[in-house]
Unconditional design. Sequence first.
Lengths: 226, 226
Amino acid sequence: MVVWERPEPPDRPVPAPLSRERIVRTAIGLADASGLEAVSLRKVAAALDVGPMRLYGYIATKDELLDLMVDAVYAEIRPAGDDWREALTSVAELTRRAAHRHEWLADLIGGRPQLGPNALARGEAVLAALGGVDLDLVMPVVSAVDAYVIGTVRREIAERRAERASGMDQRQWQEAYGPYLVRMFETGRFPALETVIRDAAHLDADQTFRTGLGFLLDGIGAGIRS
Amino acid sequence: MVVWERPEPPDRPVPAPLSRERIVRTAIGLADASGLEAVSLRKVAAALDVGPMRLYGYIATKDELLDLMVDAVYAEIRPAGDDWREALTSVAELTRRAAHRHEWLADLIGGRPQLGPNALARGEAVLAALGGVDLDLVMPVVSAVDAYVIGTVRREIAERRAERASGMDQRQWQEAYGPYLVRMFETGRFPALETVIRDAAHLDADQTFRTGLGFLLDGIGAGIRS
DNA sequence: GACCCTTCGATACACTGTATTGGCAAATAC
DNA sequence: GTATTTGCCAATACAGTGTATCGAAGGGTC
């Protein structure tokens, strides 16, 4: 039987009123504050003032806890919109925003099939808005948007972390990795890269995300209309 | 100084002729055979018949080893093609195929900025083929394709693992997760999902990937022509 | 031949996820 | 009302992790 439908144990009288929800919430709290590596069963248990083994009454494995955390974030995503384009834009933007609120999501998203109730609800909301689309194209379309969002989010968070790790702001980052790249460019092996980095306009993360999403949705629009 | 440009220590006379390349190769061997969790510094060192601490002469941190592993895989990706569409299709397909050869790549890809020489060379090859495209659009275009590939690869591998974990083939998987989904559908909360799962054509992974990539490239084509 | 400096390998530390076990408290049986 | 069983909790234990530290040994230079 799967986590999602395995019932929680009945409420025990006193010692520490625990619940899957409380466990997941504190785990998310730790992860939000200090990243995924701050989420160990021991630390979660300590934050709940409870022995580590206690958690195994609610969870069979740490991976299940991570699954529950991801599904809890999916609960925050309620896509809206009437036509297919609005709905897909909405899931994409909301999912990305959720990942910005919970950076650790970038480490987990796409890493396991998401079949929790909130993930299913998110999918249901999207599919419901795609009623007018050819049934056989619905899955590829949604999968493509999901894949794009997963990939974008991971890259964005990875870059954000790299910047943060090497000082503070973007200037600091350029000071840390810039010299390395400069030396690489000086080898002359990457002329096209060099030109783009030096001469092209640099869109910020939001603009890049929307541009790429626009490409994808335009292509989808052309594909489902035929 | 970054891994990529920090020189390897000079060859020591005898004890065990080690090199970053040998370390990375055996690490990749372990990961290919038994997944990323089989790559611990102790196990890599043992496979090289060497003490664990020995590796720290070539690597400052385990993350650096993982970076090197990813960059080694990027070396296998040499995109080809004359026009932008061929080149982008080529990177996408080759990257995906590389991830299928090295499933552990799905755990790492997009998780850190890829600035290793082989990753740069891959980027260079793509950008070189996009010479005809508006310079300010090149980065968003390449980023979008990369993001799509990263997301797809992660989802594919995640699904493949879930199937493998619960028995063997796809029928087995449906036996494991199917009943759970059936019970979820019986709640009546996911009618649209149910319809799609039951009635829509199910493309295989290759077809889904190509369909989505086609959408994206079509959209890009429309975007860069204007 | 003596010194130093590098580098190697062993040991050590703090930490992880989880299996096992023993005890306690509540629920049941008589 | 007592005896017994059951089920849960917490502590201990184990095998493993990444990496800091440190003593010893070896090669290169004077």
